[in-house]
Design a protein around this ligand. Structure first.
Ligand code: WQD
Length: 338
């Protein structure tokens, strides 16, 4: 299939692009590089040996999106475009609602005009809100995400479910990501956040690289075995392969379906720090800090549905995730700018 990836130059999009091409698909990337860069696309081309049509444009721009669809016979869309910083979304909610909702709606409208019927969406475990119990199963009610970023994900899930219910031709797959970390084994593509990282693994790798002095561990008084927060970290290459399976599924089914993409295993912040130190033989100095507002104690997936229905299962270990995260950061101290 020829697959359009709005936001395809970003962290998850770039890894998914590689796995799509490995599986024999073709990719077209639409990206305005608001949190990514053209170098990432050059590196995807280097890894895959394939030239990727690239449109440097905003997915919210109807004319630019129309141009992509009229110049390429697109079969499916995997939609990554969107802002994703939780803290920033609280400071600039309108910017988040406008951008995240508009980009998806603009692409969906173009799909309808061009008779394209498969849409895979990057959702997030954040739609479960504060879980009443773990592991999280897709049938559990969605909660109230604690920030506007999370609410854009929940709203888009609702919009896409309505769109699929109203259009017999449309196939929508909602992928609820848990915590993606790691990088492609080549060390040529990886996570390259703007500014000081919000998320745990890029913070750790930047401490290891000497770009940041010490890690702050946000709280050690949670009701977990070591008191630090537990999450379901998933290798980004496993996550990328989940998109390829979701694409196959969308092509065979109509309506909408939801899948958790996680490993089913939770690790604490200190599990991650200690595994990183052990695997990579580098020191990560850290201080225990107060809890971060909006954080929950524990969050991990029940990934059984994705295994049963999509035939997908995460395969990489915590050690792989720590090794590959550092392999990328140590070879690219300043991300794509180095
Ligand atoms: C993981 C754990 C922190 C940084 C968020 C969004 C989610 C998704 C992924 C993004 C927690 C602790 C972190 C640090 C720390 N969206 N931590 N020191 O919060 O599970 O999920 O990112 O695109 O929607 O909510 O991920 O990596 O920020 O935190 O101790 O410097 O690490 O408290 O327990 P989170 P995270």
């Amino acid at each position: 299939m020829k697959v359009l990836l709005p936001g395809g130059a970003g962290y998850i999009g770039s890894h998914t692009c590689v796995e799509l091409i490995n599986a024999g698909h073709e990719a077209v990337i639409l990206d305005n590089f608001s949190n990514s860069c053209a170098e990432a696309v050059a590196r995807i081309e280097e890894i895959t040996g394939k030239k990727i049509p690239l449109y440097n444009a905003d997915a919210c721009d109807p004319e630019a999106v129309e141009k992509v669809f009229s110049e390429n016979k697109i079969d499916a869309v995997i939609h990554f475009a969107g802002y994703k910083a939780v803290g920033e979304s609280c400071e600039k909610p309108l910017m988040y609602y406008r951008n995240n909702l508009d980009s998806a709606l603009t692409v969906l409208e173009a799909m309808k005009r061009h008779g394209v019927s498969n849409f895979i969406f990057s959702s997030s475990a954040t739609v479960y809100g504060t879980p009443e119990s773990v592991p999280l199963v897709e049938t559990m009610p969605t909660g109230s995400p604690t920030n506007p970023y999370g609410r854009t994900k929940l709203m888009l899930e609702q919009i896409l479910t309505d769109a699929a219910a109203a259009d017999n031709n449309l196939s929508v797959v909602l992928l609820r990501y848990f915590n993606p970390i790691g990088a492609h084994e080549s060390g040529r593509i990886g996570e390259d956040p703007n500014g000081i990282p919000n998320n745990l693994m890029p913070y750790i790798t930047q401490v290891a690289a000497g770009r940041l002095p010490r890690l702050g561990v946000f709280g050690n008084d949670y009701p977990t075995p070591d008191g630090t927060g537990i999450r379901d970290y998933i290798h980004v290459v496993d996550l990328a392969k989940g998109h390829v399976k979701a694409l196959d599924y969308a092509a065979e089914h109509k309506g909408s379906e939801i899948f958790n993409l996680g490993t089913g295993t939770g690790y604490s912040v200190l599990d991650i720090v200690n595994a990183f130190i052990k695997v990579n033989k580098v020191d990560i100095p850290y201080d225990i800090k107060p809890r971060r507002a909006g954080d929950i104690a524990e969050c991990f997936a029940d990934p059984a549905k994705a295994e049963k229905v999509l035939g997908w299962k995460a395969e990489k270990s915590l050690e792989d995730m720590c090794y590959d995260s550092w392999n990328w950061q140590s070879k690219n101290k300043n991300g794509y700018k180095s």
